[in-house]
Write a protein that binds this ligand. Structure first.
Ligand SMILES: *[C@@H]1O[C@H](CO)[C@@H](O)[C@H](O)[C@H]1NC(C)=O
Ligand SMILES: *[C@@H]1O[C@H](CO)[C@@H](O)[C@H](O)[C@H]1NC(C)=O
Ligand SMILES: *[C@@H]1O[C@H](CO)[C@@H](O)[C@H](O)[C@H]1NC(C)=O
Ligand SMILES: *[C@@H]1O[C@H](CO)[C@@H](O)[C@H](O)[C@H]1NC(C)=O
Ligand SMILES: *[C@@H]1O[C@H](CO)[C@@H](O)[C@H](O)[C@H]1NC(C)=O
Ligand SMILES: *[C@@H]1O[C@H](CO)[C@@H](O)[C@H](O)[C@H]1NC(C)=O
Length: 243
């Protein structure tokens, strides 16, 4: 699969630096790639690739964006979509690599698990219907269980919750997106959806809405520019500008 990240056009940074917003943390590297512009992936505040960034991601040797060794497909105002290829004997503990201080899997993921010690309740996804999509050599087919957070008010899935399923391997995940207000549901196969947040009370510009979030002990927030505006919406980031 070709992995593409929403390229935040360089002009955004030029525009924001000439606007009235305070300068962004200038030591944070927000570009992954070589000097060749076509190989570059830009990420928006608060993401970046150096230790001083608010949320640090990894830029691999082949210039793909990674998080905990998994490839990042897309970063949006609300989430990070991470590629999780179907794999027969991936220990469930690997999901820990996608649980950071500022990000974690959301409750919209349907985890396909294997080697479970007890039966699980059904998910939105019937694993058997998708068997053909995930033919993996040497993988025992069947006997796959699916886990989906039942409590829809839970924002993030914790490792404890996944461990309590009694399953020892994580085959893959299917993120069920609910992007539009028309409740059209979109399936992202072999994908884990991570939610993210910044610590503290809301610090969004006036043209943005703020969402309060809690991840473990961390109380935080996320900004999103109102309709008609573009940008990250953060006071300490690029704010919003007319789209
Ligand atoms: C990334 O997300 C944006 C916003 O939802 C979407 O417009 C874009 O098509 C996505 N890109 C990919 C490669 O999925
Ligand atoms: C980035 O890679 C390093 C070294 O492999 C690892 O220790 C760190 O956890 C990774 N960080 C993320 C966000 O994936
Ligand atoms: C399956 O579960 C058993 C017992 O829980 C464990 O010993 C075994 O290593 C697991 N197999 C895999 C492939 O994880
Ligand atoms: C499927 O699960 C059942 C009950 O956990 C177990 O007895 C059986 O051996 C499993 N079959 C395969 C093919 O793993
Ligand atoms: C939602 O539905 C309305 C009316 O059915 C339509 O006009 C609108 O384009 C839809 N929006 C999206 C994002 O699909
Ligand atoms: C999708 O959106 C609709 C309308 O906003 C909501 O009622 C429904 O619960 C959502 N479904 C999921 C799976 O989040």
């Amino acid at each position: 699969m070709i992995l593409i990240i929403t390229s935040i056009i360089t002009s955004f940074f030029l525009l924001s630096s000439s606007s009235s917003h305070p300068p962004q943390n200038s030591s944070c590297i927000r570009v992954c790639g070589t000097h060749d512009k076509s190989s570059q992936t830009h990420v928006q505040y608060p993401f970046g690739f150096s230790p001083s960034c608010e949320i640090q991601l990894n830029c691999s040797e082949i210039f793909t964006v990674q998080i905990g060794g998994f490839h990042v497909q897309n970063i949006t105002n609300d989430n990070i979509l991470v590629n999780i290829p179907a794999e027969c004997d991936r220990p469930i503990a690997k999901i820990r690599q996608l649980m950071g201080t500022n990000y974690a899997p959301t409750s919209r993921n349907n985890f396909l698990l294997q080697n479970c010690s007890k039966p699980l309740k059904e998910c939105l996804i019937e694993p058997r219907l998708l068997e053909d999509r995930f033919q993996v050599k040497g993988c025992q087919s069947g006997n796959r269980s699916c886990y989906l957070e039942e409590d829809r008010s839970v924002q993030f899935t914790s490792f404890d919750t996944l461990e309590r399923t009694g399953c020892s391997t994580l085959f893959t995940s299917i993120a069920v997106e609910n992007r539009s207000v028309n409740s059209s549901v979109e399936l992202e196969i072999q994908t884990v959806e991570l939610g993210w947040l910044l610590e503290g009370p809301c610090k969004c510009v006036d043209q943005a809405d703020c969402t309060n979030l809690t991840l473990g002990q961390l109380q935080g927030f996320r900004c999103r520019c109102k309709t008609g505006f573009e940008g990250d919406g953060f006071v300490d980031g690029g704010g919003c500008r007319k789209g």
